[in-house]
Design a protein around this ligand. Structure first.
Ligand SMILES: Cc1ncc(COP(=O)(O)O)c(C=O)c1O
Length: 436
């Protein structure tokens, strides 16, 4: 097969094409490669196949929908599946005390969700009569996708360095510190004070110039940074004090990854806006969404500066609320419920944590961290070759039938939530062999 034409994303293309890893099918906890070898999925694809691969209910929903309709526009038109999904998603994201969000804007990816959320936040302040609130605040090491908004508020140097960025953006410090919070089980005790940096940014620029703070509740793509105890609570309180919107980017943490439906449930914090994607459809059809509190949507409908008629938000994508994606998402929510994925994940969290920390003491392991069914395994870089050590582990793991994800010299694990103890055992046995 000629591999030349496909310019692969976030991939060492030259190396991959010399030593390709081609996956051809999937089922449950496994992929199968071109040679028919079974590969244990240690990363739920890309943090997204939370319900396991090829769930029959989801496959059927997509097939049935495709046989009925290929595409319907969502601009000035609509289809019932989109409205049904929006309602179900609002209900799913609520808790015992009621609805947390009131409205959903659909997108096709996490990146689009982030850029949509940032635009909604900026436009919201216009609608309320505070158009000078134009500054966005992200964090160092954050990953918010690859749109210009997302890379601007994001904080991963390689994702930013060749591109021009939005001008009015500030960054909070990240919370990772090997000296103070290495080997944390769950939320580290050290680092809460770093939330106070938000007050400094506000002091520097003035609260009335700031539109929103965007945060991954657990930073995933940078290599699993779990928020220090009390950190997110502080950020929420500071935002409240200054009328600043808080956006949680739950593209990774949503749909059970932390053993709760969303990270905001796990941490007991209510953001004003939440972005999701990935697990929403089990990644079977691309889809993302932005969930907003009632007040945000209402500002567009009846805010001081809302249009009296006509289109309220000049934003959307051709394939927004694509019927196949809606069908897949509805089926995914059913599958989550039916398989009891949250319960399974909760029941395994302690076993998972112990397995992760069993790697302590192995060569080159300099930190281990975990929350929910996520783990970060940080390796000491080879001098002068950042990322090379972890990349070699990725290649060795694939040879041994395990798919992992690496970012720099950090291994990130996030298997499907249908996993069982034997999968955890296999994953860590393989990693132990390689690291040794
Ligand atoms: C927190 C977060 N936001 C946004 C994105 C971007 O999602 P996508 O790759 O679907 O555009 C990701 C992807 O990993 C993510 O982890």
């Amino acid at each position: 097969m000629n591999l030349d034409a496909f310019w692969m994303p976030f991939t060492a293309n030259r190396d991959f094409k010399a030593y390709p890893r081609l996956l051809v099918s999937a089922n449950g906890m496994h992929y199968r490669d071109q040679d028919g070898r079974e590969i244990l999925d240690g990363t739920a694809g890309l943090w997204c196949v939370n319900a396991g691969h090829n769930q029959p209910r989801i496959v059927r929903a997509i097939q049935e929908c495709a046989a009925k309709v290929d595409f319907l526009p969502s601009f000035q038109m609509g289809h019932p599946l989109a409205f049904e999904l929006a309602e179900k998603l609002i209900a799913y994201s609520g808790n015992e005390s009621g609805q947390k969000f009131a409205h959903v804007f659909f997108t096709n990816s996490g990146s689009e969700s982030v850029d949509s959320a940032l635009k909604i936040a900026l436009a919201y302040h216009h609608m309320r009569g505070e158009p000078q609130r134009t500054r966005l605040i992200g964090r160092e090491r954050a990953y918010h996708g690859v749109g210009f908004g997302g890379i601007s508020v994001g904080g991963i140097a390689n994702n930013r360095k060749h591109f021009s960025l939005l001008p009015e953006v500030s960054h909070l410090p990240h919370t990772h510190n090997l000296e103070h919070n290495a080997w944390s089980r769950g939320q580290p005790a050290w680092g809460t004070h770093l939330a106070d940096e938000l007050e400094h940014i506000i002091f520097e620029h003035g609260a009335d110039t700031i539109a929103a703070v965007i945060i991954e509740p657990v930073a995933g793509s940078t290599g699993v940074l779990v928020p220090p105890q009390g950190y997110l609570e502080k950020i929420r309180a500071i935002c409240d004090r200054h009328g600043i919107l808080l956006i949680f980017d739950e593209v990774i943490t949503g749909f059970g990854r932390l053993t709760t439906r969303f990270a905001c449930d796990r941490f007991g914090i209510q953001p004003d806006i939440m972005t999701v994607a990935k697990g929403l459809t089990n990644a079977s059809v691309p889809m993302g969404a932005v969930l907003v509190k009632a007040a945000i949507h209402d500002a567009f409908m009846q805010g001081k500066h809302a249009p009296t008629s006509g289109i309220e938000l000049f934003h959307g994508y051709t394939t927004t609320a694509h019927p196949l994606a809606c069908a897949a998402a509805l089926a995914t929510l059913e599958v989550h419920e039916k398989l009891g994925l949250l319960e399974n994940a909760k029941g395994l969290e302690q076993y998972w944590e112990d397995a992760v920390h069993s790697l302590r003491g192995l060569p080159h392991v300099i930190d281990l961290r975990n929350l929910g069914i996520i783990a970060g395994i940080e390796l000491e870089p080879i001098p002068g070759q950042p990322g090379a050590r972890a990349y070699q582990v990725l290649k060795d793991a694939f040879e041994k039938g395990l798919m992992i994800r690496v970012t720099g010299d950090i291994i990130a694990l996030s298997p499907p939530l249908i996993l069982e103890k034997e999968h955890i055992d296999r994953m860590f046995r393989t990693l132990t062999e390689i690291l040794k």
